[in-house]
Design a protein around this ligand. Sequence first.
Ligand code: SAM
Length: 289
Amino acid sequence: MKNKVNFIPKVTGDGSFTFFSSEFGEHFHSHYGARQESFGKFAIPTQLSIKAKQQHLKVLDICYGLGYNTAAALETIWRANPDCHVELIGLEINVSVAKNAIERQLFSYWNSEYTEILRQLAFTQQVNSARLTAKLLIGDARNLIKSLSNSGFYADAIFLDPFSPPQCPQLWTIEFIRQVAQYLHSNGLLATYSCAAAVRTALIAAGLAIASTPPIGRRTPGTVAGWELTSNAFLLLSQREREHLLTKAAIPYRDPQLKDSATTMIHRRIQEQNESQLETTSHWRKRWS
Ligand SMILES: C[S@@+](CC[C@H](N)C(=O)[O-])C[C@H]1O[C@@H](n2cnc3c(N)ncnc32)[C@H](O)[C@@H]1O
């Protein structure tokens, strides 16, 4: 991992900026709107404005990146309840992403209070104020997640925002997601932009119930997960989506020791798919076209 990188800003559909990662070959956000994605795929599906009735909330932001999801969470919570105390942990492998975003002044769309919080997180990795205790942990999320054990940290909201599964399979595996789920409060919600069948299988294998989140910008929905999703507010999976989970696409990525390379995980999955009797995903797609 090259940590000292200059990222090139790119404007997205809602006027906010994202970066391109030459290492992962992807933009950090949807080109429809970086800021819109943070609210629509993460802060809103985890129901933070409702949860903010509590006086104290815990948020785990996996793949902190530029910090948009953290900023969207704080804005959503404090708009609903300015007195809510937030404890936030961000996990990120490359701190220069957050530093670059501040240095390049990408946050003109955010109130200066949030920009100042993101600046402190990028440059000192912590914020301690009357209504926020935040730290940004730097390293591979597969190792950092283990450091939360015995911390008593059970998140009301978890954001899972890695690059796409084919580019970053290590953060979408059965084993990593099982670890993450351990830190989800019994009433907490985990949100991700992905609706990939392999990701949904890993969430279910961790014991979580899943639902779709409305498409934002692109055609495909995201996913929200919790120990129980009983409210009518959740979009149950359609028949088409449920059958997707019975195809070869639903075979998850595996990383038994949480230390394999992306290439190893991809090959392992292809092998499992080749040996599987499940319906091919192209056949499923044809049936539903
Ligand atoms: C899609 S971007 C996240 C965007 C971010 N949530 C935001 O709001 O700006 C994915 C992020 O995952 C980070 N990342 C990649 N591999 C990682 C790993 N193994 N552990 C932790 N972070 C990782 C990348 O550096 C990048 O910042």
